[in-house]
Design a protein around this ligand. Structure first.
Ligand code: ASP
Length: 361
């Protein structure tokens, strides 16, 4: 007769735990009861590879969505994962067409009853703009979490796998629902509307300087901070349905000695909107103001924002927006203001109506 010692029994029970956990999440029909997450991959450093170890240089978007999923085997404990490669680019090459394509894929995925949330892998360079765009045009309350990395997948201490794991942990957490598009990097959860990339190399590059973070992760556990009041996702008036282009909006960066030649040229090219990353509270030289005032008279929407990186660009402070016909970006930086202005111009050309959007979104 075989006997089982107490210690070998303990060992067998411990060995059986992963199997038991798997049984718990598989119902009678053999279907998993874990949340179902679709990963939409777009490239970026999280999918980047160095030519050789220790190489400072790397190519973004070298690994595909299956490689990213397979690099984190523990994802299967959090969710049933499916993947889709939407594009394969460094996010410095992000453009309006890809935004529209991506937004349509996000909406299509979230409309499926067998998808509970979406993760988007994306480069960090323009993550803030893509996330804010999606935050305004996603028509679902299901979680959408964007993740990237600062180090390529082949680097020592690559941060991509942890970010992907934490991103799925956030997307499968009940508290993520209804918060709009979120960004996960470096154990920090950010609201799409608030984030900005502040450092070209460091892992803690994303900051939410005006209203703060959405939460934190710690060893895959999720901690939420206050929700944000600004409207997003199903509560916006914007939609990409049937849309195949966005109105052209350009950004100009204000500086000492700023002229108006480039403003005049943009107007001649037929831009529909101009955003100024102004000095201080959205200011610029007198000559640039003159150029923009003429642009307004020709039907171009002009938004003043600040190049300082945080704070409020308010109406009628040092410049009389009422008289000049300008719009103030309020809390949005220039790149975010461009996103909202493009979408706003798909709805209205009225200056007051556009200004209202900057208070609401
Ligand atoms: N250039 C890369 C990108 O934005 C940088 C990164 O992902 O961190 O795609």
């Amino acid at each position: 007769m075989s006997t089982t010692s107490p210690s070998s029994l303990v060992r067998s029970v411990i060995a059986a735990v992963p199997l038991l956990l798997q049984l718990v999440v598989v119902d009678a029909q053999g279907a998993s009861s874990l949340p179902k997450i679709r990963i939409l991959a777009t490239g970026g450093t999280i999918a980047g590879a160095q030519a050789k170890g220790q190489d400072a240089g790397y190519k973004a978007g070298s690994f595909n969505v299956d490689d990213l999923i397979n690099a984190v085997p523990t994802l299967k404990h959090l969710a049933v994962i499916t993947g889709e490669q939407v594009v394969d680019i460094g996010s410095q090459d992000m453009n309006n067409e890809v935004w529209l394509q991506l937004a349509k894929r996000v909406n299509a995925a979230l409309a499926q009853s067998d998808v509970d949330g979406v993760i988007i892998t994306h480069g960090t360079d323009t993550m803030e703009e893509t996330s804010y765009f999606l935050n305004l045009v996603t028509k679902s309350d299901k979680p959408v979490v964007m993740v990237g990395s600062m180090r390529p997948a082949t680097a020592i201490g690559a941060d991509g796998p942890a970010n992907l794991y934490n991103g799925v942990a956030v997307a499968t957490h009940p508290g993520a629902k209804g918060r709009g598009v979120l960004v996960l990097l470096n154990d920090e959860i950010h609201y799409a509307r608030e984030i900005t990339k502040t450092n070209s190399t460091q892992l803690d590059t994303f900051k939410s300087p005006n209203r703060g973070k959405a939460g934190m992760t710690n060893a895959g556990r999720v901690y939420w901070y206050d929700p944000l009041a600004a409207k997003h996702t199903s509560r916006t008036v914007f939609s990409v349905q049937g849309m195949d282009q966005l109105p052209r909006v350009e950004i100009f960066y204000a500086h000492a000695n700023m002229g108006r030649d480039f403003i005049d040229h943009a107007v001649k090219l037929g831009v529909k909107g101009i955003v100024i990353a102004g000095v201080g509270d959205g200011n610029m030289t007198r000559v640039a103001v003159d150029g923009l005032q003429e642009a307004v008279k020709k039907g171009v929407a002009v938004v003043r924002s600040s190049r300082t990186g945080s704070g409020i660009t308010d109406r009628n402070v040092e410049l009389n927006d009422d008289k000049l016909g300008f719009i103030a970006s309020i809390e949005l930086n220039a790149q975010m203001a461009r996103v909202l202005l493009m979408l706003g111009l798909t709805k209205t050309r009225d200056t007051d109506a556009l200004q209202k959007l900057f208070y609401e979104y």
